[in-house]
Design a protein around this ligand. Structure first.
Ligand SMILES: [Zn+2]
Length: 66
């Protein structure tokens, strides 16, 4: 398997940083090149996904029994 490379500078190491983004109610996790800072992806907050699953489960249970 070949190593993932930054599309701008060909560096092969990346980092995740939290960035305040206009319009977002919480910081967004950017995956960026550790050398030049080019953003190559967004890393979803695992805690937020768990919270959404809990909310969906609650909504499903309420609609089932009401
Ligand atoms: Zn780079």
């Amino acid at each position: 398997m070949s190593a993932s490379k930054c599309p701008k500078c060909d560096h092969t190491q990346f980092e995740v940083i939290k960035v305040a983004v206009s319009g977002a109610d919480r910081p967004v996790n950017f995956v960026q090149c550790a050398k030049c800072g080019s953003v190559v992806g967004v890393w979803y907050d695992y805690e937020m996904i768990l919270m959404m699953n809990r909310i969906l489960g609650t909504l499903n249970n309420k609609s089932r029994y009401s």
